[in-house]
Design a protein around this ligand. Structure first.
Ligand SMILES: [Zn+2]
Ligand SMILES: [Zn+2]
Length: 419
């Protein structure tokens, strides 16, 4: 029997491009990038140059607890990140007048370019945009949260205290900063499975968590055998549990590079160009991009490109921009109303709860509602779903896989039925 008929799904004759979006186009962006201003190994100009040359429309430097402002010098050191050879390469690419050096403590040092200087050199209206960001980085481990379009540096939370209060602190601080500066800003939780982990329940307990990294270029996929859910599992559990109480709750998934390494390109993560967002906005401006993301008009990608997405309270439709010879599987994933809400702790072989593990929930959460290999597909909501989202998985291996064998994917934002 044809599964698509059972589910009331049509895959032909879709009108995928709403007229309202005739002015909008897709912009490719990087929202999680590190430089020599914190623990990245490249100077800002080679990083901006890389993203611009490789077809990104916008990028944000998101160094740890710092903005690219003021004076910062880095030693030119054969043992450090800025080796004499890399310094020479900078001079030959940008000219001898470009670099500013000084002698300090018997070492030659180079001044890092500020964001203002990088913007002056690289930004082009309508073609390449840079805007400020920061990775708000707690001391001693998670949580880390990126804030886009930030105006004042936010210090990292000190060691100790719980994950939820720290996430709440970052979100509330940015809410206050938005009100003060009257500009849109966006906060996304980074790599929940990094280091000491953020559990699903700690994320559920936060007010105003609207974005998280469903894909981070370093990996952080978790380990379900140790009670650390894959980011997509976090996503489904959070959506399901929050929607029980708040029918308008929404959590969007972003994909990022979290790039730190700009000289050796190999699998294993931390290079640029591994994960990104495609945002459908009217203008290549920070406010327009952030507002589009807050509407859910974007997707995360680790290689798969989409031609179109149509999201409404009635349906979710996806059209893939296919590469020759690649097969794509689109899965529409959601949870039905009245699902089994029970949960239990994750126990080790001896029956003890594994520290910092997330709870185990029913398999009815994050069910695959419909799956297809068609390039153009649609899921029509029956009204029985709490939410529906889509994941597209290709059979094409990533060029720089965080984990060997990773395939190119894309993540489409959830839709909610009419309450
Ligand atoms: Zn981080
Ligand atoms: Zn980072």
């Amino acid at each position: 029997m044809n599964k698509s008929l059972i589910l009331g799904v049509t895959i032909l004759g879709l009108a995928l491009a709403p007229a309202a979006w005739s002015e909008a186009r897709w912009y490719k962006g990087a929202t999680h990038v590190h430089s020599l201003w914190s623990d990245g190994n490249g100077s800002p100009e080679i990083i901006a140059d890389w993203y611009k040359k490789h077809g990104w429309d916008f990028m944000c430097f998101s160094d740890h607890n710092t903005l690219l402002e003021g004076e910062k010098y880095v030693s030119i050191d054969p043992e450090g990140h800025l080796t004499p050879a890399r310094f020479d390469a900078l001079q030959s690419q940008f000219g001898e007048d470009w670099t500013v050096t000084r002698e300090a403590g018997g070492k030659r040092q180079m001044r890092l370019k500020t964001l203002e200087e990088i913007i002056a050199h690289f930004a082009e209206a309508g073609k390449f945009l840079l805007f400020p960001a920061e990775e708000m980085t707690s001391h001693g481990g998670n949580p880390h949260m990126n804030v886009l379009n930030v105006r004042e540096v936010v210090p990292g939370a000190p060691k100790g205290g719980g994950m939820t209060p720290k996430m709440q602190g970052y979100i509330d601080t940015i809410e206050a900063q938005k009100a003060k500066h009257k500009v849109p800003m966006l906060v996304h939780l980074d790599h929940p499975n990094y280091h000491d982990r953020v559990t699903t329940e700690e994320m559920i307990a936060v007010r105003g968590l609207r974005f998280f990294e469903v894909f981070n270029g370093i990996g952080h996929y978790g380990d379900p055998a140790q009670g650390v859910p894959h980011p997509e599992r976090h996503w489904d559990v959070i959506m399901s549990m929050k929607l029980r109480r708040d029918p308008n709750y929404m959590l969007y998934g972003v994909a990022t590079d979290d790039s730190h390494r700009y000289f050796k390109f190999k699998g294993g993560g931390a290079n640029p160009g591994i994960g990104w967002v495609m945002v459908r906005a009217e203008k290549l401006e920070a406010a327009s991009l952030i507002e589009a993301m807050q509407r859910g008009d974007f997707y995360g990608s680790s290689g798969v490109t989409l031609k179109d997405i149509d999201r409404s309270t009635k349906h979710l439709a996806v059209e893939i921009a296919a590469e020759a010879g690649v097969t794509y599987t689109t899965r529409y994933i959601g949870t039905r109303k009245n699902f089994d809400t029970a949960s239990k702790p994750f126990l080790d072989d001896k029956g003890a709860a594994i520290p910092r593990s997330s709870l185990i929930y029913s398999a009815a959460i994050g069910e695959v509602l419909y799956e297809t290999t068609e390039l153009k597909s649609e899921y029509i909501l029956t009204g029985d779903e709490l939410y529906v989202r889509a994941t597209i998985t290709s059979d094409k291996p990533m060029a720089l896989p965080p984990v060997k064998g990773d395939l190119e994917e894309a993540w489409v934002q959830p839709v909610l039925p009419k309450p």
